[in-house]
Ligand binder design. Structure first.
Ligand code: PMV
Length: 329
């Protein structure tokens, strides 16, 4: 560890939503994905995290959105810090403060932006040189989707890959994503537990893993070609196939709530009337709708009127994660 070891580093990482989904691990221990995924980073949803390694601390401390962290939040952050400590060859404990600019209590995924910001800030606070591939690889160990939040724009995480990368050349293709925050469903099963349960018990898991590369390639080609009419159906199919693999598990994993299905049906009906949006859902009840910028405002209003939708967050493509060093706090 360098002489910069008591500096505070502050990182900002943006959340991302997979257009071609990741669900399943090729290696549980190393957290390597069993399928390739492709995401878009979101401008409106981000996490800011500050990290200071402090020789006076006996334990790592963690504050989340201004409150003391729960035990399980703290455990996952300590594991992430351990990866950085190992790389920097230090045993110092850290003070971590993290803040989401979207309500964590709403059940919106914060692990992607959260672990990306944490790894970036912790590596910088240790004086490690900036290295996006390395940061993405460490973030992936904590949460594979976090590997993608190191980068802005459209991002790829290949099957079995250590780190994510930007889709290059950066396509000149604009896409909006509307997050329909729905009423909560039953308490969610964590993604790692959900993936392993699906792998062990669902006869549809193999079908999902075999189909995912084709959907990934189709999504990538459609983005590169700037072809929304081709991309939209693939996005929806990837999400529904992933959820189908979970529905086939024993017992079934059902992340959908009544409101999830209401939004899904309404968006499919709206397409018949020329309002073109396609749905994707993750490990929770909210629905994210991809659309073209020209129809985004109208679709936003449409989503707000659906029973069970509490609010809609209108996102565009977001930037790379960033980090800066500041005077000690
Ligand atoms: O990165 P994890 O372990 O939180 O898993 C994310 C899984 C999904 O959000 C459901 C899909 C994805 O590709 O982000």
């Amino acid at each position: 560890m360098s002489s910069q070891n008591s500096q505070t580093a502050v990182a900002v990482a943006h959340s991302n939503i997979a257009l071609a989904k990741y669900w399943g691990k090729a290696d549980l221990e190393l957290n390597l994905p069993a399928v390739p995924s492709l995401s878009m980073t979101l401008d409106k949803m981000s996490t800011q995290t500050s990290v200071t390694f402090d020789p006076t601390l006996a334990d790592d401390t963690l504050e989340v959105n201004g409150r003391m962290a729960t035990d399980s939040e703290r455990r996952r952050v300590v594991n992430a810090l351990n990866l950085v400590r190992q790389e920097a060859r230090t045993g110092l404990c850290a003070r971590v403060q993290t803040q989401n600019n979207f309500p964590t209590a709403s059940g919106l995924a914060s692990s992607a932006s959260g672990f990306a910001a944490l790894i970036l800030a912790a590596r910088a606070a240790c004086g490690l040189p900036q290295d996006t591939a390395r940061s993405s690889a460490l973030a992936r160990r904590c949460s594979a989707s976090a590997a993608r939040s190191i980068f802005g724009g459209f991002v790829i995480l290949e099957r079995g890959a250590e780190s994510a990368k930007s889709l290059t050349p950066a396509p000149g293709f604009d896409l909006d994503l509307l997050v329909a925050v729905t009423e909560e469903g039953p308490k969610s099963i964590g993604s790692t537990e959900g993936m392993e349960h699906t792998r062990r018990t669902s006869p549809y898991y193999t079908a999902w893993v075999n189909s995912a590369p084709t959907l990934f390639a189709a999504a990538k080609d459609a983005i590169v070609a700037g072809d929304f009419a081709r991309l939209g159906p693939v996005v929806e199919q990837s999400a529904l196939l992933m959820h189908a693999s979970m529905l086939g598990a024993d017992p079934a994993i059902i992340y959908f709530s009544d409101a999830t299905l209401r939004v899904l049906h309404a968006v499919r009906r709206a397409r018949a009337d020329g309002l073109s949006g396609y749905c994707t859902m993750d490990a929770g009840p909210h629905v994210k709708v991809v659309t073209q910028p020209s129809q985004a405002n109208e679709l936003c209003e449409f989503l707000r009127r659906i029973e069970g939708v509490q609010r809609v967050i209108h996102c565009k493509l977001g930037p790379d994660a960033s980090v800066s060093l500041s005077a000690e706090q």
